[in-house]
Design a protein around this ligand. Sequence first.
Ligand code: SF4
Length: 338
Amino acid sequence: MDTFGIPNGYVDEEGVKWVKSRCFFCSINCAILVGVKDDKIVKMRPNEEHGTLLCERIGENGERAIKFHYHPKRVNYALKRAGERGENKWEQIPYDQALDEIAEKLEKLKKEYGPETLGVIEGTYRSDHLWARSRFTNLWGNPGTLADPGTVCWCWMFTVNMAVVGNQIETTLTPGVENSKCLVVWGCRINERFSPKGYVNRVLKACTEDEETRVIVVDPVMIDAVRNADVYLQVRPGTDLAMMLGWCNVILSEGLYHKDMLAQWSNGPFLVRMDNGKLLRETDIAKSPWENEQRQVKGTGKTLSHGIPKKGDRPYGYRPRTNTALRASKMRWKVNMK
Ligand code: SF4
């Protein structure tokens, strides 16, 4: 079936309804179409609009994912121990009951030992609900005791990806990155982690086959991606940051950056407070800058007349508009603080 451009909810001649979704069997999260008939998933197809290929993990028609989803041994209900610990006897209970009983026990433990008594640990499948669990433990008063593979290998990467490029570039890659003339694989075993059919691996392959594109691999270990790299930088563990700062210095001082990319998609232009090293926020400034920008933000001798932060930027920091953003990434500005 040609899936290019079919609308969400399209019903084919066999009565299968096709719903747009994403695969969560690895963190590439390929765009897929899920075929539903009689309220059951019957097959899956790649969403060709996104250039997806269903990989061997889930099967060409998603058969492995469907088997997983409906596997009789999958725990889809709240189960309560019915016998002694270790007897493996369980009774199925409604979720409301499970939540009430858990809440009651947690409150008791919290009163007796404090919120730090709760430790939360999970396996790698799939850590996508990490945000919800973190939110819960934060509200409960204990943000600290989380153990999750994601906190070691993924969350920091996700956070940096979102802050710098606004996308989880490591696994999904920003559309258009295949047109880049230089791809840097830094501390990421793309080939080993993801299927060759995964988008990120196909882009890497295309870049290594394109004579004009340079591929730089930075890793203390000679990972598989090194095979086809133009440059392999075997950093000493712990020296990555020094090298990144060195690169930033050269890229900025020699003007090697893409201006629009830096201004629109990175946090480079955010102003950093000299007194505490934090990003300047709207709430730090004496008066809302979009009320009277002329009076609020002054550059060295000149008024930063375009320095109005976009409203969407406010949770993250103060971003001058594009035409001042590039100057802001290199200069110091005087700002009237509260
Ligand atoms: S590469 Fe395979 S497992 Fe990963 S998201 Fe895509 S289809 Fe799913």
